[in-house]
Design a protein around this ligand. Structure first.
Ligand SMILES: Nc1ncnc2c1ncn2[C@@H]1O[C@H](COP(=O)(O)OP(=O)(O)O)[C@@H](O)[C@H]1O
Ligand SMILES: N[C@@H](CCOP(=O)(O)O)C(=O)O
Length: 309
């Protein structure tokens, strides 16, 4: 994120007191990320991340928080929300919903090796398998309805050529929606970019930022990853794509229908992030620290996957 809500050390100390996390040693606002306010919080018992939700409401959060608990309980290295004495994992601070999770070890890798691409593919498949029996349901919050609404709002900022690309891509995605609904579905992370994964050497040590998760085609997650992890200077880096898919399929094989829908899903992933970046750019929020992402990157990628690059 950014730090949208500044918290004093005293406020953070008061927040963690009922959670048995020990004395507060330090609290540092985190500059990366764009959705929520995050603080790295170190206490006598360990290192944690405190997140204040700036857009999501308390009603919307249980799907994400329980998904993280579900995956953590099955050995996936994801943040595990800390419960209070009553077993409640969703808290409140300054009138906003808040959660505190363990800080995962490792670093994000912006230029992943083939071995790291394979490792993230394998981890994604493990997440998909582990999420198979997750019982809560919520549609992908960045699905068709959201694209339509966001495209309408973004239109004023686009050239005629961009408007026509947007309209034609949404029409294409509407056409394939039925086929996409017939391939394997389950909880998807929805935003598994390089900055949401941590590595220790070649091993994935953490996957975080589940706040765009929902139930959707598992292939959507694969497409989002290929669009971020396996893109070099052009549309895609074939060696990285192969490494990622080999890793994924070592755990979960793709069906024939999934394979044939992959290019369409990659278009869907590019559309989704083009739209969200446009929306963030043109409707920026107040933040003490905020780094906006470039929408034109995904416009170019979308054109390239459509064969118009
Ligand atoms: N559980 C965690 N363990 C380690 N680092 C984390 C964890 N959660 C967040 N971070 C760090 O905080 C930064 C911002 O988190 P992120 O979830 O991307 O924010 P936002 O939801 O605002 O986009 C990340 O880039 C990462 O460095
Ligand atoms: N990954 C998205 C932006 C979402 O921000 P995050 O920091 O919450 O991952 C993008 O690159 O557009």
């Amino acid at each position: 994120m950014a730090v949208y809500t500044a918290l004093s050390k005293g406020e953070i100390a008061a927040f963690i007191r009922p959670l048995d996390l020990g004395t507060l040693h330090s609290a540092l606002g985190v500059a990366s990320g764009i959705e929520n306010t995050n603080y790295f919080v170190d206490t006598a018992t360990g290192c944690y991340v405190l997140t204040l939700f700036e857009r999501l409401t308390a009603d919307e959060l249980p799907f994400y928080l329980h998904l993280m608990k579900h995956l953590a309980a099955r050995g996936i290295p994801v943040p595990d929300p800390v419960a209070d004495d009553a077993g409640e994992i969703l808290h409140e601070i300054n009138g906003k919903p808040a959660v505190i999770v363990n800080r995962l070890p490792g670093q994000s890798v912006m230029s992943p090796s083939l071995v790291q691409c394979r490792a993230v593919g394998e981890m994604l498949a493990r997440m998909h398998v582990a999420g198979n029996d997750y019982s809560r349901h919520q549609p992908n919050p960045r699905g068709l309805d959201w694209w339509r609404a966001t495209a309408t709002a973004a239109r004023a900022f686009l050239s005629p050529d961009q408007q026509s690309l947007l309209a034609s891509e949404i029409a294409f995605q509407e056409q394939i929606a039925l086929s996409a609904a017939r391939i394997p579905q389950g909880p998807v992370h929805g935003d598994l970019f390089r900055d949401n994964v941590l590595f220790e050497g070649e091993q994935v040590s953490g996957v975080f930022d589940f706040y765009f998760a929902g139930i959707d085609a598992l292939l959507f997650d694969i497409a989002v990853c290929l669009n971020d992890w396996c893109v070099g200077s052009g549309e895609h880096d074939g060696a990285r794509v192969d490494a990622f898919l080999h890793g994924y399929e070592a755990v979960r094989r793709l069906g024939a229908a999934e394979r044939s829908l992959l290019p369409a899903m990659r278009r869907m992933g590019a559309l989704r992030f083009w739209l969200s970046r446009l929306s963030d750019l043109h409707r920026p929020r107040e933040a003490a620290l905020l780094n906006a992402h470039d929408p034109t990157h995904f416009e170019r990628l979308l054109r390239a996957i459509r064969g118009e690059g």
